[in-house]
Design a protein around this ligand. Structure first.
Ligand SMILES: NC(=O)c1ccc[n+]([C@@H]2O[C@H](COP(=O)([O-])OP(=O)(O)OC[C@H]3O[C@@H](n4cnc5c(N)ncnc54)[C@H](OP(=O)(O)O)[C@@H]3O)[C@@H](O)[C@H]2O)c1
Length: 348
Protein backbone atom coordinates (compact mmCIF):
# COMPACT_ATOMS: atom_id res chain seq x y z
CA UNK A 1 0.00 0.00 0.00
CA UNK A 2 1.45 3.38 -1.05
CA UNK A 3 1.32 6.01 1.67
CA UNK A 4 -0.32 9.34 0.96
CA UNK A 5 2.61 11.62 0.01
CA UNK A 6 3.78 14.56 2.12
CA UNK A 7 4.06 16.76 -0.95
CA UNK A 8 3.21 16.66 -4.63
CA UNK A 9 5.94 15.76 -7.15
CA UNK A 10 7.34 18.41 -9.50
CA UNK A 11 6.56 18.32 -13.23
CA UNK A 12 9.24 16.57 -15.31
CA UNK A 13 9.81 19.60 -17.56
CA UNK A 14 8.88 22.72 -15.63
CA UNK A 15 10.47 25.22 -18.06
CA UNK A 16 9.75 25.15 -21.82
CA UNK A 17 12.73 27.49 -22.40
CA UNK A 18 15.19 24.70 -21.58
CA UNK A 19 14.46 22.77 -24.79
CA UNK A 20 16.72 22.63 -27.86
CA UNK A 21 15.55 24.82 -30.74
CA UNK A 22 13.62 23.75 -33.84
CA UNK A 23 12.84 26.03 -36.78
CA UNK A 24 9.07 25.86 -37.27
CA UNK A 25 6.80 26.37 -40.26
CA UNK A 26 3.06 26.90 -39.82
CA UNK A 27 0.38 25.43 -42.12
CA UNK A 28 -2.97 27.25 -41.78
CA UNK A 29 -2.79 30.73 -40.24
CA UNK A 30 -6.08 30.49 -38.34
CA UNK A 31 -7.15 30.85 -34.71
CA UNK A 32 -4.95 28.27 -33.05
CA UNK A 33 -1.91 29.01 -35.20
CA UNK A 34 -1.89 32.55 -33.79
CA UNK A 35 -2.01 31.22 -30.22
CA UNK A 36 0.73 28.69 -30.98
CA UNK A 37 3.14 31.27 -32.41
CA UNK A 38 2.42 33.71 -29.58
CA UNK A 39 3.05 30.99 -26.98
CA UNK A 40 6.33 29.96 -28.60
CA UNK A 41 7.51 33.56 -28.78
CA UNK A 42 6.58 34.32 -25.17
CA UNK A 43 7.71 31.15 -23.43
CA UNK A 44 10.29 29.32 -25.56
CA UNK A 45 13.43 29.80 -27.62
CA UNK A 46 11.77 28.01 -30.58
CA UNK A 47 12.03 29.86 -33.91
CA UNK A 48 9.07 30.31 -36.26
CA UNK A 49 10.63 30.86 -39.67
CA UNK A 50 7.75 30.48 -42.15
CA UNK A 51 3.97 30.41 -42.49
CA UNK A 52 1.80 29.17 -45.36
CA UNK A 53 -1.81 29.80 -46.34
CA UNK A 54 -3.86 28.90 -49.38
CA UNK A 55 -3.92 32.66 -49.92
CA UNK A 56 -0.63 34.60 -50.19
CA UNK A 57 -2.07 37.75 -48.57
CA UNK A 58 -3.34 35.85 -45.51
CA UNK A 59 0.08 34.29 -45.02
CA UNK A 60 1.79 37.68 -45.45
CA UNK A 61 -0.59 39.33 -42.93
CA UNK A 62 0.04 36.57 -40.38
CA UNK A 63 3.82 36.83 -40.95
CA UNK A 64 3.63 40.61 -40.39
CA UNK A 65 1.63 40.20 -37.17
CA UNK A 66 4.19 37.87 -35.61
CA UNK A 67 7.43 39.00 -37.25
CA UNK A 68 7.87 35.76 -39.24
CA UNK A 69 10.53 36.08 -41.96
CA UNK A 70 8.92 34.05 -44.76
CA UNK A 71 5.34 33.63 -45.96
CA UNK A 72 3.97 31.38 -48.71
CA UNK A 73 0.70 31.30 -50.65
CA UNK A 74 0.91 27.52 -50.94
CA UNK A 75 1.48 24.78 -48.40
CA UNK A 76 3.72 22.88 -50.81
CA UNK A 77 6.09 25.85 -51.07
CA UNK A 78 6.62 25.90 -47.30
CA UNK A 79 7.44 22.20 -47.34
CA UNK A 80 10.22 22.89 -49.85
CA UNK A 81 11.79 25.52 -47.54
CA UNK A 82 15.14 24.30 -46.16
CA UNK A 83 14.94 26.69 -43.21
CA UNK A 84 11.99 24.69 -41.79
CA UNK A 85 12.75 21.67 -39.57
CA UNK A 86 9.28 21.07 -38.15
CA UNK A 87 5.75 21.85 -39.30
CA UNK A 88 2.76 22.72 -37.12
CA UNK A 89 -0.40 21.56 -38.92
CA UNK A 90 -3.19 23.88 -37.75
CA UNK A 91 -5.87 23.19 -40.34
CA UNK A 92 -9.28 21.45 -40.10
CA UNK A 93 -9.26 17.68 -39.50
CA UNK A 94 -10.13 17.00 -43.17
CA UNK A 95 -6.68 18.29 -44.17
CA UNK A 96 -4.51 16.56 -41.55
CA UNK A 97 -3.99 13.27 -43.40
CA UNK A 98 -2.76 14.74 -46.71
CA UNK A 99 -0.66 17.40 -45.01
CA UNK A 100 1.03 14.96 -42.63
CA UNK A 101 1.83 12.69 -45.56
CA UNK A 102 3.34 15.69 -47.39
CA UNK A 103 5.47 16.52 -44.33
CA UNK A 104 6.82 12.98 -44.03
CA UNK A 105 7.59 12.88 -47.75
CA UNK A 106 9.35 16.27 -47.51
CA UNK A 107 11.42 15.06 -44.53
CA UNK A 108 9.83 17.55 -42.08
CA UNK A 109 8.89 16.69 -38.50
CA UNK A 110 5.13 17.19 -37.97
CA UNK A 111 3.10 18.37 -35.00
CA UNK A 112 -0.50 17.70 -36.00
CA UNK A 113 -3.32 19.52 -34.22
CA UNK A 114 -5.95 17.41 -32.51
CA UNK A 115 -7.87 15.44 -33.47
CA UNK A 116 -4.94 13.70 -35.12
CA UNK A 117 -6.91 12.59 -38.19
CA UNK A 118 -10.61 12.23 -39.15
CA UNK A 119 -10.68 8.46 -38.73
CA UNK A 120 -8.67 5.55 -37.35
CA UNK A 121 -8.04 4.30 -40.89
CA UNK A 122 -6.27 7.57 -41.75
CA UNK A 123 -4.34 7.45 -38.47
CA UNK A 124 -3.12 3.89 -39.15
CA UNK A 125 -1.91 4.85 -42.64
CA UNK A 126 -0.07 7.89 -41.29
CA UNK A 127 1.47 5.84 -38.47
CA UNK A 128 2.82 3.26 -40.93
CA UNK A 129 4.15 5.91 -43.31
CA UNK A 130 5.77 7.86 -40.48
CA UNK A 131 7.43 4.72 -39.12
CA UNK A 132 8.84 3.95 -42.55
CA UNK A 133 10.31 7.46 -42.74
CA UNK A 134 12.91 9.17 -40.62
CA UNK A 135 10.90 12.08 -39.18
CA UNK A 136 9.13 12.76 -35.91
CA UNK A 137 5.29 12.83 -36.01
CA UNK A 138 3.13 13.70 -33.00
CA UNK A 139 -0.48 14.65 -32.30
CA UNK A 140 -0.66 18.10 -30.69
CA UNK A 141 -2.53 16.81 -27.63
CA UNK A 142 -1.40 19.77 -25.52
CA UNK A 143 -2.94 18.41 -22.31
CA UNK A 144 -0.43 15.55 -22.32
CA UNK A 145 2.48 17.99 -21.81
CA UNK A 146 1.10 20.60 -19.39
CA UNK A 147 2.53 20.86 -15.86
CA UNK A 148 -0.38 19.43 -13.86
CA UNK A 149 -0.60 16.38 -16.10
CA UNK A 150 3.14 15.82 -15.62
CA UNK A 151 2.37 15.82 -11.88
CA UNK A 152 -0.45 13.31 -12.43
CA UNK A 153 1.92 11.10 -14.47
CA UNK A 154 4.22 10.86 -11.44
CA UNK A 155 1.35 10.20 -9.02
CA UNK A 156 0.17 7.37 -11.28
CA UNK A 157 3.68 5.94 -11.59
CA UNK A 158 4.04 6.04 -7.79
CA UNK A 159 0.73 4.19 -7.27
CA UNK A 160 -0.65 6.99 -5.12
CA UNK A 161 -4.26 6.41 -6.27
CA UNK A 162 -4.24 2.71 -5.37
CA UNK A 163 -6.53 0.88 -7.78
CA UNK A 164 -8.14 3.39 -10.12
CA UNK A 165 -11.88 2.70 -10.27
CA UNK A 166 -12.99 5.51 -12.55
CA UNK A 167 -12.02 8.61 -14.51
CA UNK A 168 -14.65 11.29 -15.03
CA UNK A 169 -13.98 14.03 -17.58
CA UNK A 170 -16.26 16.62 -19.13
CA UNK A 171 -15.88 19.47 -21.62
CA UNK A 172 -18.82 21.40 -23.04
CA UNK A 173 -19.75 24.91 -24.08
CA UNK A 174 -22.60 26.54 -26.00
CA UNK A 175 -21.71 26.99 -29.69
CA UNK A 176 -24.77 27.93 -31.81
CA UNK A 177 -25.08 26.07 -35.11
CA UNK A 178 -23.32 27.81 -37.97
CA UNK A 179 -23.50 26.17 -41.41
CA UNK A 180 -20.05 26.00 -43.01
CA UNK A 181 -18.09 26.50 -39.79
CA UNK A 182 -15.43 23.80 -39.56
CA UNK A 183 -16.90 22.42 -36.30
CA UNK A 184 -20.30 21.81 -37.95
CA UNK A 185 -19.10 20.92 -41.45
CA UNK A 186 -19.13 17.17 -42.26
CA UNK A 187 -16.79 17.87 -45.20
CA UNK A 188 -14.12 19.33 -42.86
CA UNK A 189 -14.17 16.55 -40.25
CA UNK A 190 -16.54 18.47 -37.98
CA UNK A 191 -18.36 17.38 -34.84
CA UNK A 192 -17.96 17.98 -31.14
CA UNK A 193 -16.18 14.68 -30.51
CA UNK A 194 -13.23 15.48 -32.77
CA UNK A 195 -13.22 19.15 -31.81
CA UNK A 196 -13.31 19.09 -27.99
CA UNK A 197 -14.55 15.63 -26.95
CA UNK A 198 -11.07 14.36 -27.75
CA UNK A 199 -9.75 16.11 -24.62
CA UNK A 200 -11.78 14.21 -21.99
CA UNK A 201 -11.43 11.01 -24.00
CA UNK A 202 -7.68 11.36 -24.34
CA UNK A 203 -7.33 12.17 -20.63
CA UNK A 204 -9.29 9.03 -19.67
CA UNK A 205 -7.22 6.95 -22.11
CA UNK A 206 -3.98 8.29 -20.64
CA UNK A 207 -5.00 7.10 -17.18
CA UNK A 208 -6.83 3.84 -17.92
CA UNK A 209 -5.29 2.65 -21.19
CA UNK A 210 -7.15 0.25 -23.47
CA UNK A 211 -10.94 0.04 -23.20
CA UNK A 212 -12.81 -3.16 -24.00
CA UNK A 213 -16.28 -1.67 -24.32
CA UNK A 214 -17.74 1.68 -25.36
CA UNK A 215 -21.36 2.75 -24.87
CA UNK A 216 -22.11 6.17 -26.28
CA UNK A 217 -25.16 8.26 -26.98
CA UNK A 218 -25.56 11.80 -28.21
CA UNK A 219 -27.24 14.16 -30.63
CA UNK A 220 -26.65 15.48 -34.14
CA UNK A 221 -26.52 19.03 -35.46
CA UNK A 222 -28.57 19.99 -38.54
CA UNK A 223 -25.53 19.21 -40.74
CA UNK A 224 -25.34 15.60 -39.46
CA UNK A 225 -22.23 15.94 -37.30
CA UNK A 226 -22.35 15.11 -33.59
CA UNK A 227 -23.06 18.10 -31.32
CA UNK A 228 -23.21 16.23 -28.01
CA UNK A 229 -21.98 12.86 -26.79
CA UNK A 230 -21.68 11.01 -23.51
CA UNK A 231 -19.97 7.66 -23.12
CA UNK A 232 -19.09 5.00 -20.60
CA UNK A 233 -15.88 3.20 -21.54
CA UNK A 234 -14.85 0.09 -19.60
CA UNK A 235 -11.48 -1.61 -19.23
CA UNK A 236 -10.88 -5.34 -18.92
CA UNK A 237 -10.54 -4.96 -15.14
CA UNK A 238 -13.89 -3.16 -14.88
CA UNK A 239 -12.60 0.40 -14.38
CA UNK A 240 -14.77 2.97 -16.13
CA UNK A 241 -14.32 6.29 -17.85
CA UNK A 242 -17.27 8.64 -17.97
CA UNK A 243 -16.70 11.09 -20.77
CA UNK A 244 -19.01 13.87 -21.83
CA UNK A 245 -18.84 16.62 -24.42
CA UNK A 246 -21.37 19.02 -25.89
CA UNK A 247 -21.86 22.17 -27.94
CA UNK A 248 -25.41 22.49 -26.55
CA UNK A 249 -24.73 23.42 -22.94
CA UNK A 250 -22.13 24.97 -20.75
CA UNK A 251 -20.68 22.22 -18.56
CA UNK A 252 -17.81 22.08 -16.09
CA UNK A 253 -14.49 21.47 -17.87
CA UNK A 254 -13.17 19.17 -15.17
CA UNK A 255 -11.60 15.78 -14.69
CA UNK A 256 -11.10 13.44 -11.75
CA UNK A 257 -9.23 10.19 -11.19
CA UNK A 258 -10.84 8.12 -8.46
CA UNK A 259 -8.86 5.37 -6.75
CA UNK A 260 -8.98 3.10 -3.72
CA UNK A 261 -6.35 5.18 -1.83
CA UNK A 262 -6.81 8.68 -3.19
CA UNK A 263 -8.43 10.77 -5.89
CA UNK A 264 -7.31 13.77 -7.86
CA UNK A 265 -9.69 16.56 -8.77
CA UNK A 266 -8.77 19.08 -11.45
CA UNK A 267 -9.62 22.73 -11.45
CA UNK A 268 -11.06 24.29 -14.60
CA UNK A 269 -10.39 23.93 -17.44
CA UNK A 270 -8.58 20.64 -16.97
CA UNK A 271 -7.18 20.57 -20.53
CA UNK A 272 -5.19 23.79 -19.98
CA UNK A 273 -3.01 24.67 -16.96
CA UNK A 274 -5.28 24.52 -13.94
CA UNK A 275 -5.00 23.66 -10.25
CA UNK A 276 -5.31 20.15 -8.93
CA UNK A 277 -6.03 18.61 -5.55
CA UNK A 278 -4.97 15.21 -4.31
CA UNK A 279 -7.37 13.96 -1.61
CA UNK A 280 -6.96 10.80 0.45
CA UNK A 281 -9.74 8.20 0.26
CA UNK A 282 -10.76 8.92 3.86
CA UNK A 283 -11.02 12.61 3.00
CA UNK A 284 -8.68 13.64 5.85
CA UNK A 285 -5.59 14.62 3.87
CA UNK A 286 -5.32 16.97 0.94
CA UNK A 287 -2.52 18.47 -1.16
CA UNK A 288 -3.15 21.35 -3.55
CA UNK A 289 -1.06 22.26 -6.59
CA UNK A 290 -1.21 25.31 -8.82
CA UNK A 291 0.99 26.99 -11.44
CA UNK A 292 -0.59 29.75 -13.48
CA UNK A 293 2.52 31.01 -15.30
CA UNK A 294 1.28 29.60 -18.62
CA UNK A 295 -2.46 30.43 -18.69
CA UNK A 296 -4.84 29.19 -21.35
CA UNK A 297 -3.30 28.51 -24.74
CA UNK A 298 0.09 29.83 -23.63
CA UNK A 299 0.54 26.21 -22.56
CA UNK A 300 1.09 25.29 -26.23
CA UNK A 301 4.71 26.15 -25.41
CA UNK A 302 4.94 22.80 -23.56
CA UNK A 303 4.00 20.51 -26.46
CA UNK A 304 6.36 22.34 -28.84
CA UNK A 305 9.28 22.26 -26.42
CA UNK A 306 8.58 18.60 -25.58
CA UNK A 307 8.71 17.79 -29.28
CA UNK A 308 11.97 19.73 -29.69
CA UNK A 309 13.49 17.67 -26.85
CA UNK A 310 12.32 14.39 -28.39
CA UNK A 311 13.69 15.31 -31.82
CA UNK A 312 17.04 16.28 -30.29
CA UNK A 313 17.06 12.91 -28.50
CA UNK A 314 16.66 11.14 -31.85
CA UNK A 315 13.11 9.91 -31.19
CA UNK A 316 10.50 9.67 -33.96
CA UNK A 317 7.42 9.51 -31.68
CA UNK A 318 6.36 11.03 -28.39
CA UNK A 319 7.18 8.67 -25.50
CA UNK A 320 4.06 9.83 -23.62
CA UNK A 321 1.59 10.06 -26.53
CA UNK A 322 2.88 8.03 -29.45
CA UNK A 323 1.23 7.12 -32.72
CA UNK A 324 -0.28 3.94 -31.26
CA UNK A 325 -2.01 6.17 -28.69
CA UNK A 326 -3.34 8.48 -31.41
CA UNK A 327 -4.60 5.47 -33.38
CA UNK A 328 -6.29 4.04 -30.25
CA UNK A 329 -8.02 7.36 -29.57
CA UNK A 330 -9.15 7.72 -33.19
CA UNK A 331 -10.56 4.17 -32.97
CA UNK A 332 -12.60 5.15 -29.91
CA UNK A 333 -13.76 8.34 -31.63
CA UNK A 334 -14.83 6.31 -34.71
CA UNK A 335 -16.89 4.02 -32.49
CA UNK A 336 -18.48 6.86 -30.52
CA UNK A 337 -19.38 8.70 -33.75
CA UNK A 338 -20.86 5.45 -35.14
CA UNK A 339 -23.02 4.88 -32.06
CA UNK A 340 -24.18 8.51 -32.02
CA UNK A 341 -25.01 8.28 -35.75
CA UNK A 342 -22.67 11.04 -36.94
CA UNK A 343 -21.28 10.82 -40.48
CA UNK A 344 -18.70 12.77 -42.46
CA UNK A 345 -19.61 13.72 -46.03
CA UNK A 346 -17.75 10.73 -47.54
CA UNK A 347 -19.39 8.32 -45.07
CA UNK A 348 -22.97 9.22 -46.03
N1 LIG B 1 -4.94 23.12 -29.23
C1 LIG B 1 -5.97 23.93 -29.12
O1 LIG B 1 -6.15 24.59 -28.08
C2 LIG B 1 -6.89 24.11 -30.28
C3 LIG B 1 -7.87 25.10 -30.25
C4 LIG B 1 -8.65 25.29 -31.39
C5 LIG B 1 -8.48 24.46 -32.49
N2 LIG B 1 -7.55 23.47 -32.46
C6 LIG B 1 -7.35 22.60 -33.63
O2 LIG B 1 -6.61 23.35 -34.59
C7 LIG B 1 -7.06 23.05 -35.92
C8 LIG B 1 -7.52 24.34 -36.58
O3 LIG B 1 -8.54 24.93 -35.80
P1 LIG B 1 -8.78 26.51 -35.81
O4 LIG B 1 -9.87 26.77 -34.83
O5 LIG B 1 -7.52 27.24 -35.70
O6 LIG B 1 -9.37 26.69 -37.28
P2 LIG B 1 -9.49 28.02 -38.16
O7 LIG B 1 -9.38 29.24 -37.34
O8 LIG B 1 -10.68 27.83 -39.02
O9 LIG B 1 -8.16 27.96 -39.06
C9 LIG B 1 -7.92 26.85 -39.88
C10 LIG B 1 -6.95 27.23 -40.99
O10 LIG B 1 -6.84 26.09 -41.84
C11 LIG B 1 -6.62 26.53 -43.16
N3 LIG B 1 -7.32 25.61 -44.09
C12 LIG B 1 -6.72 24.74 -44.93
N4 LIG B 1 -7.60 24.04 -45.61
C13 LIG B 1 -8.81 24.45 -45.21
C14 LIG B 1 -10.13 24.10 -45.59
N5 LIG B 1 -10.39 23.17 -46.53
N6 LIG B 1 -11.14 24.72 -44.97
C15 LIG B 1 -10.92 25.66 -44.03
N7 LIG B 1 -9.68 26.04 -43.64
C16 LIG B 1 -8.63 25.44 -44.23
C17 LIG B 1 -7.10 27.94 -43.24
O11 LIG B 1 -5.99 28.69 -43.65
P3 LIG B 1 -5.86 29.27 -45.14
O12 LIG B 1 -7.25 29.34 -45.71
O13 LIG B 1 -5.26 30.59 -44.89
O14 LIG B 1 -4.97 28.34 -45.87
C18 LIG B 1 -7.43 28.38 -41.83
O15 LIG B 1 -6.79 29.54 -41.44
C19 LIG B 1 -8.13 21.97 -35.76
O16 LIG B 1 -7.52 20.72 -35.88
C20 LIG B 1 -8.62 22.17 -34.33
O17 LIG B 1 -9.13 20.98 -33.75
C21 LIG B 1 -6.75 23.30 -31.39
Amino acid sequence: MTAFPNSLPAPAHPDPRDAPVLRWGILGPGLIAGHFVAALMKHTGQQVTAVASRTAQRAADFADSYGIAQSYGSYEDLLADDTVDAVYIATPMSEHYAQTVMCVQAGKHALVEKSFMRTAAEAVEVRELARAGDVFVMEAMKTRYIPQVQVIDRLLADGVFGTVDSVVAQYGGVVPFQAGHRVFDPALGGGVLLDIGVYPLSFAYTVLGAFTSVKASGTLAASGVDDSASAVLTTESGARALVETTLRASTPIRASINGSLARVESGEPFHNPSPLSLISADGLRRLDWNDQRYPGRECLAFEASAMARYVADGLTESPVHGLDDSVAIMTLLDEMRRQVGARFTDEL
